[in-house]
Design a protein around this ligand. Structure first.
Ligand code: SF4
Length: 168
């Protein structure tokens, strides 16, 4: 929400003092009470989050969850969408959603990808123009609630297919 957004610089100072191993930005989330908050535009989120990243000590791992790549130009390595999330060793994993539906026995990478795929198609939206974007495969798109409200900005080029291409 905008109140938080305006204080990201202060939070960066606090984060540096606490010096955690990792922090996660959760820019837009329509769960619970957050659903009633007026959404902040991704454009504004991208600007403020990138500024905050510049202020955060580089020894702290930074993840920015579920933000389209076109709002994080130059900061792509911090973007963690559904597919990048399944490789996050230090956070809970989206495979933990609906544990009752997990297959018995050891999980395969296909199981993880299946769960990421389910989350992407149920929670996010891409416009037709996104098909031309080089981030099409590795980007989740915008939150579904913002369909028709939020603009996106395709970046032309050869399509990237490795979801970890910026995270390696
Ligand atoms: S696929 Fe769409 S939402 Fe994602 S970076 Fe490209 S233009 Fe932005």
């Amino acid at each position: 929400m905008s109140d938080n957004l305006n204080h990201l610089g202060d939070y960066a100072a606090l984060i540096n003092n606490l010096s955690p191993q990792q922090i996660n930005f959760l820019p837009l989330n329509f769960w619970g009470d957050a659903e009633k908050m007026p959404p902040v535009k991704y454009e504004q989120l991208g600007i403020n989050i990138r500024k905050a990243i510049d202020l955060i000590d580089k020894k702290i791992e930074i993840n920015v969850r579920y933000i389209p790549f076109c709002f994080m130009t130059g900061y792509e390595k911090y973007v963690v969408g559904t597919y990048q999330h399944i490789y996050d060793e230090r956070d809970w994993n989206i495979i933990a959603y609906n544990v009752d539906r997990l297959p018995s026995g050891p999980l395969s990478i296909e199981d993880y990808f299946k769960r990421a795929h389910e989350k992407r198609i149920t929670s996010y939206h891409k416009y037709k123009k996104c098909f031309d974007c080089k981030y099409f495969f590795i980007c989740d798109g915008i939150e579904k609630q913002l369909k028709g409200i939020q603009e996106t900005y395709p970046i032309l080029g050869e399509k990237i297919i490795d979801v970890l291409s910026f995270r390696q």
